[in-house]
Design a protein around this ligand. Structure first.
Ligand code: DPP
Ligand code: ZN
Length: 873
């Protein structure tokens, strides 16, 4: 396969105006007829029209303007294209009849069956599996879709837009006609047919229009959709309040399906969701599930404007819609819960998933497809422009581009023009891959009362980009005095100019420095004592920051910084240092000793009742093993695991009294409520339990077992289960068996059970995971089950990276099996190998051998080929 580049973008030779689709759904085959009104971009052009199409059978003739039929020599059909020649010189209507086989489609792209129902997934290129079409997002057309099917098997027939007609047909069949008044690219097309029931509600928009809301699931799951409906209504209201964006149709449908490659899909007015992101009840879903549902329902809804009304010109612009919409859902969740804690979670994700990728063979810029970093780029616009400036930019973006397929530069230009802003080299964020490393050196001049920050930055080379330019880094900074109090900032000297910071005589405590050069100095004036700088407040740019802060500076920030993100970060920096030092000791066979200051710092946080409890839970959580391995020259999973386990136990031992108190004081008595105070309490109690369980003493084990038995919600029940499951032995085996027998009827809960065992650190766990493959509840065709069991296993550093290669061998075998079923899911799994060069030679050879074996497989999919070959390159 040939790689496509951004610079190769060509405008299409033909546009489509309207599309009429007719689906005749059947058990053996489905027949699709399409009628497209086509017009050439340049009048009188004689270019061929190239349509995409895979796994389709072309039936009968291709007709032009209803009367003319193309001769065999006027078109050419290969395995993925239908090329039409000798076309009329002006506009014309094209009709094509095809046959396809959804029941055989295990790739879950295009039209397929999930639990007996028909559904679709078209992003990015699934529509070509439905009918011959120009499957690219800059082709925007109005759709009419008629679905006909057996009335008993498929009583509900849904597509995008409004239902304009329905009725019965002969032979116990019926039909529904849907019309979508908005132009859209084909990746937003959707169809659902099946036995479904809905939870119905309404939302009245701020201009007074009443919108019908329906969430569809199999009948027995409807009671579990209350939280999803709540989330949808909250999202609709939030988008009006914060961005002035109103929903634009009279109906909004969400359908939950159990078999889905991704989380969810924003098809116009017919969102299709992985059921794990819709279904929740207090007994079966955890706080994390509730939060994910809120965020993703918001995310897909927000796409209606950022993605659907304004869409992407080509797939290199994916971040235009995803980066922006992830940013919007992050802000929504922040406003609904705790802003600092949400920021901490999002930054942890960035560090655990994005930065490792940035540093490996799969590194790529925000454009084409780094969602999570794309969201950081959008956040930087807001940091630079302020809330109102950002809103003005958004307003201009919609004013200019509603109904269009545009690029990241168009978004940039709207932000710039609405604010007359100077963004210097900001656009580099879209094109340069890799995580910038910024070093800071500080110095205080007591005589001049000035404080200087010298920044130097470097972006490491990535594949295809050996040399990098300096980036534009918004650096939010505040200064603390030696008692931890904020110092007011008066002015800053930079590049020969003085900029005052104080605002109309009002003191200002945080300012955003614009760091744009390889080396650059900023000097604060009127600084009364040597300050401790609080740098990169709120994590104002997605970089790795290396400061010259001493441990005592960091302990002061941990105790007093008014920026809660940085308060947490100070603790993390200390913990990372501590862990790396101990890893070195472990590797040299030196005894491990925990720095007592660290214990004191955590004790103070744990006992500070003025702090937000969810924040405390985050602050006493150690950095993940992956994060530490990432900072090592050669990643050593065994050493990192041993050290993290040692610190956890040591902390549990030293802080036992405080942890026991924490459990006592944060028991829930009343009914489950998903709100900030309640979920914070549960989060804190659960982490305390996990620490206590690591002690493996009988009192603590009994305490945790009791929590498990008395829990009335999944959050607490599962946390207790996980706490016990850390330690191998009979108690673990019994409780795991008990949990399965309780929940075997609920596939979403069973997936948690799979994941918990898969991720386990217990020695030799690969055998257990292998056995679970043949567990009656497991099915390689269901993506959620694969993500839980196989994905979960790859997340366990000790077992996946077992030095005997057993983990690698296991994954290699699975990838090859899975690729024949579902290439997208297989390619996600194979990416666990991509960072094989980070490990020692023995591990390198073992992982490389698996990648080579995968690559030599006959008939390997493009998806897996791409990841495996890039990993080896
Ligand atoms: N477009 C999809 C979404 O935003 C891709 N996962 O959820
Ligand atoms: Zn999205």
């Amino acid at each position: 396969p040939k790689e496509i580049f951004l610079k190769d973008y060509k405008m299409p030779d033909y546009y489509f105006d309207s599309v009429d689709l007719n689906f005749s759904l059947g058990e053996e085959k489905t027949i699709v007829s399409s009628k497209i009104s086509v017009f050439p971009r340049v009048e009188g052009s004689s270019s061929p029209l190239v349509l995409d199409g895979t796994d389709l059978k072309l039936l009968s003739n291709i007709s032009i303007d209803s009367s003319l039929f193309l001769n065999e020599e006027d078109y050419n059909l290969d395995s993925c294209h239908l090329t039409l020649k000798s076309l009329p010189s002006g506009a014309f209507t094209l009709e094509i009849l095809t046959e396809m086989y959804p029941q055989k489609n295990t790739s879950l792209e295009g039209l397929y069956k999930s639990s007996g129902n028909f559904c679709t997934q078209c992003e990015a290129e699934g529509f070509r599996k439905i009918t011959f079409y120009q499957d690219r997002p800059d082709i925007m057309a109005k759709y009419r879709c008629c679905i006909e099917a057996d009335k008993s098997l498929y009583p509900v027939l849904l597509s995008n837009g409004n239902l304009t007609e329905q009725g019965d047909l002969e032979g116990n069949r019926h039909y529904a006609l849907w019309e979508d008044p908005f132009k859209k690219p084909c990746y937003l097309f959707a169809l659902v047919a099946g036995q479904l029931e809905s939870r119905d509600d309404t939302f009245t928009t701020r201009s007074g229009r009443k919108v019908a809301l329906r969430i569809w699931t199999p009948a027995q799951d409807v009671p579990k959709t209350a939280h999803a409906m709540y989330s949808l209504k909250a999202a609709m209201k939030w988008d009006e309040d914060v961005f002035g964006l109103e929903y634009d149709l009279d109906l909004f449908n969400i359908v939950a399906v159990p078999d889905f490659n991704m989380g969810a899909m924003e098809n116009k007015s017919l969102n299709i969701f992985n059921s794990r992101l819709v279904l929740a009840s207090p007994e079966t879903a955890s706080d994390a599930d509730y939060a994910a549902i809120l965020g993703v329902i918001g995310h897909e809804y927000f796409h209606n404007w950022t993605g659907n009304r304004v869409t992407c010109r080509d797939w290199f612009q994916l971040s235009l819609k995803e980066g922006l919409t992830v940013f919007r859902d992050q802000e929504f969740s922040s406003d609904m819960g705790s802003r600092p804690v949400k920021r901490i979670s999002d930054v942890s994700k960035l560090r655990n998933y994005q930065f490792p990728q940035d540093a490996g063979p799969m590194a790529h810029p925000v454009r084409p497809h780094s969602y999570i970093k794309g969201a950081e780029v959008v956040r930087m616009y807001k940091t630079l422009l302020g809330s109102q400036g950002f809103r003005n930019g958004m307003d201009l973006y919609f004013k200019r581009h509603d109904g269009q397929a545009v690029t990241c530069e168009d978004f940039y230009a709207a932000m710039r023009d609405a604010n007359n802003a100077d963004f210097a080299n900001f656009l580099l964020w879209y094109s340069q891959a890799g995580t910038p490393i910024v070093k800071v050196a500080s110095s205080y001049n007591a005589e001049a009362r000035t404080f200087s920050l010298k920044f130097s930055q470097e972006v490491p080379p990535t594949p295809g980009q050996p040399i990098k330019e300096p980036m534009f880094i918004p650096m939010a900074v505040g200064l603390l005095d030696s008692t931890g109090k904020e110092l007011p900032l008066s002015s800053v000297h930079h590049d020969g100019t003085v900029q005052s910071i104080a605002n109309n005589g009002q003191p200002v405590y945080t300012t955003v420095l614009r760091v744009t050069k390889k080396e650059e100095e900023f000097v604060f004036s009127d600084v009364s004592e040597r300050p401790i700088p609080s740098l990169l407040r709120g994590y104002s740019a997605p970089i790795r920051l290396e400061t010259d802060l001493t441990d005592s500076d960091l302990f002061l920030l941990l105790a007093y910084d008014s920026d809660e993100f940085n308060r947490w970060e100070a603790g993390q920096v200390l913990a990372r240092k501590l862990m790396l030092d101990l890893v070195a000791n472990f590797q040299q066979n030196k005894p491990l000793v925990l720095n007592p200051k660290f214990v004191i710092g955590l004790r103070r946080i744990l006992s500070d009742l003025s702090l937000d409890k969810e924040f405390v839970a985050k602050a006493i959580t150690l950095p993940g093993e992956g994060e530490i391995m990432d900072m090592m020259e050669v990643a050593d999973p065994d050493a990192v695991h041993a050290v993290r386990t040692f610190i956890r136990k040591q902390l549990a031992h030293e802080l036992k009294a405080e942890l026991l108190n924490t459990v006592e004081n944060n028991r829930s008595s009343e009914e489950y409520v998903f709100d900030h105070p309640n979920l914070s309490r549960r989060a804190l109690k659960n982490i305390a339990l996990a620490y206590l369980a690591s002690l493996e003493d009988s009192k603590c084990t009994e305490l945790v077992l009791n929590e498990y038995k008395t829990a009335t919600n999944m959050t607490e029940q599962f946390a207790a289960l996980a706490a016990i499951a850390q330690n191998p032995g009979k108690t673990r085996d019994d409780i795991l068996a008990d949990f399965y027998s309780k929940w075997q009827e609920d596939y979403l809960v069973v997936n948690k059970w799979f994941a918990l065992q898969a991720m386990s650190d217990v020695p030799g766990n690969v055998e257990n995971v292998r056995n679970l493959l043949s567990h009656p509840a497991f099915d390689l065709r269901n993506p959620n089950k694969v993500y839980s069991l196989i994905g979960g296993f790859c997340g366990s550093p000790v077992n996946f990276h077992a030095k005997d290669g057993s983990g690698y061998k296991f994954l290699g075998e699975i990838v090859m099996q899975l690729d024949k079923i579902n290439p997208q899911v297989a390619s996600r799994m194979v990416s666990a190998f991509s960072r094989w060069r980070r490990y020692d030679e023995t591990r390198q050879n073992l992982a490389k051998a698996q990648l080579e074996k995968i690559l030599s497989t006959n008939g390997l999919s493009e998806n897996v080929f791409e990841i495996a070959s890039k990993s080896l390159a």
